[in-house]
Design a protein around this ligand. Structure first.
Ligand code: DMJ
Length: 486
């Protein structure tokens, strides 16, 4: 069933009708993506919607069902209970954690560990907790390096780990080893075993201590020497979620993790001083930095940063609050421009601000869109924190474009060129489309009390994790602290 097209006057409906109409539509989209995955790719990692079969790939070390684990919380939040129950049953009976393949530590952590943790916290089902504990333990050997900085790839059976062949000089990637903190803190919470927190605090300690060029964090670090390997800095791919996890670690700690807070605001200051630029046409963007030379390009991945800056706006120096709100709005506006300047109204993988380009891709190889969530993610956070209706309108533009260009007969597919009037599909329904893109759209049109940002922090795959409250409990032996996640 296709979505009916709605007149713009929908935005003036009463809040109740508005909510109900939109949520029904996002549920329809999710159900369409899910039903097709179930029919043609059940148990595989992703759906290939044109050829109507499944894709396994080599990112998850033989683990299967990435789309199922990534969808659990979205199905639950949307109230698609039959579908959620099918997903739960598959995890219980068929998610085999005894695989023996080569996995990306980062991808397994954000999708599987994050997905299972969040399913546990939302539903209270002990089975999810048991599964995630087993999986968490399998990831620990990746940290057995001279510095404790994990390598990127781990064999889930033997525990042997190594660096990606493409990463310079055996280095580890900032966005990979810097995107474990939220999940690992929760693994310690649930297991009552501090080992997971110790592992990520050790990474934090090294990063805090090491000298940083101009205060910036390069993307490649040697897990042997603990030194930077190259001076490439990016808020997009290779760097992105490290920064995201600094501010979210602070928020998830109930604002007690002062070290994360300090590191986040100093990193942001360095980013602003060195990377943030204004184009001749007045668009604010975050360039990439190569040993002091700017590459005037912004990746789709970097568009998460509007959301990141706005969720941190309230906790920096009070006099900078308005500045952060403005910066977040400007970045989100630029990312929206990268969508509106294309024929399909979807944004390219990377867009440039040189050679006459303004938020458009200049290379053929940068023109694709693979159902990524980052721009919609920023709309959702901007909406929650400002309630400016334009973010819902922009979200709706994206929905119309997704429906028009990415919906195919058996699911949703990425497209190869956002500037082409007649699209060519890439035959892949990514699991993050179900876990992130559709969830952020749903939240963008929901009331603020659905997963309120005061109580929940989303991991980088959009899996909600509860804020860890430090409570004072009155016990018989006197007052003592207890850490609770509610
Ligand atoms: C997701 O897996 C996560 O958002 C990750 O942080 C970056 N890439 C994809 C979505 O684009």
């Amino acid at each position: 069933m296709r979505l009916p097209s709605l007149p713009p006057s929908i935005f003036s409906l009463s809040p109740y009708r508005f909510h109900a109409e939109y949520c029904r539509m996002y549920r329809t989209m999710m159900k369409f993506a899910w039903d097709n995955y179930k029919s043609f790719a059940w148990g595989r990692n992703e759906l290939r919607p044109l050829t109507r079969n499944g894709h396994i790939g080599n990112m998850f070390g033989g683990l299967r069902g990435a789309s199922i684990v990534d969808s659990l919380d979205t199905l639950y939040i949307m109230g698609l209970m039959d579908e959620y129950n099918d997903a739960k049953e598959w995890v219980e009976t068929s998610l085999d954690l005894n695989s023996n393949g080569e996995a990306s530590l980062f991808e397994v952590n954000i999708r599987y560990v994050g997905g299972l943790l969040s399913a546990y916290y939302l539903t209270g089902e002990e089975m999810f907790k048991r599964k995630v504990m087993v999986l968490g333990e399998k990831l620990l050997p990746a940290f057995n390096t001279p510095t404790g900085i994990p390598r990127g790839v781990i064999n889930l059976g033997s525990g042997t780990s190594w660096s990606w062949g493409w990463a310079s000089a055996g280095s580890s990637i900032l966005a990979e080893f810097g995107t474990l903190h939220l999940e690992f803190v929760h693994l310690s919470e649930l297991s009552n075993n501090g080992i997971y927190t110790e592992k990520v605090m050790n990474i934090r300690k090294l990063l805090n201590k090491i000298e940083k060029p101009h205060g910036l964090y390069p993307n490649f670090l040697s897990p042997v020497s603990g030194n930077w390997v190259q001076h490439h800095v990016s808020i997009g791919g290779l760097g992105d979620s490290f920064y995201e996890y600094l501010i979210k670690s602070y928020l998830m700690s109930d604002k007690t993790d002062e070290e994360a807070k300090k590191m986040y605001y100093s990193a942001l200051e360095a980013i602003e001083a060195n990377l943030v630029q204004k184009s001749p046409g007045g668009l604010t963007y975050m360039a990439e930095w190569r040993g002091g030379i700017l590459d005037h390009k912004m990746g789709h991945l970097a568009c998460f940063s509007g959301g990141m800056v706005v969720i941190g706006a309230d906790d920096g120096a009070p006099e900078k609050r308005q500045h952060y709100l403005d910066l977040a709005a400007e970045i989100t506006h630029t990312c929206h421009e990268s969508y509106s300047r294309s024929a399909t109204k979807l944004g390219p993988e990377a867009f440039r601000f040189d050679g006459g380009a303004e938020a458009t891709a200049t290379r053929l190889s940068d023109r694709y869109y693979i159902l990524r969530p980052e721009v919609i993610e920023s709309y959702m956070y901007m909406w929650r924190l400002t309630h400016d209706p334009k973010y819902r309108e922009w979200g709706w533009e994206a929905v119309e474009a997704l429906e028009q260009h990415c919906r195919v007969e058996a699911g949703f597919s990425g497209i190869r060129d956002v500037y082409a009037q007649t699209v060519s599909h890439d035959n892949m329904q990514q699991s993050f489309f179900l876990s992130e893109t559709l969830k952020y759209l749903y939240l963008l049109f929901s009331d603020d009390d659905l997963l309120p940002l005061e109580d929940w922090v989303f991991n980088t795959e959009a899996h909600p994790l509860p804020v860890v409250r430090k409570r004072c409990l009155q016990g018989e032996g006197g007052t003592h602290d207890k850490t609770t996640s509610e």
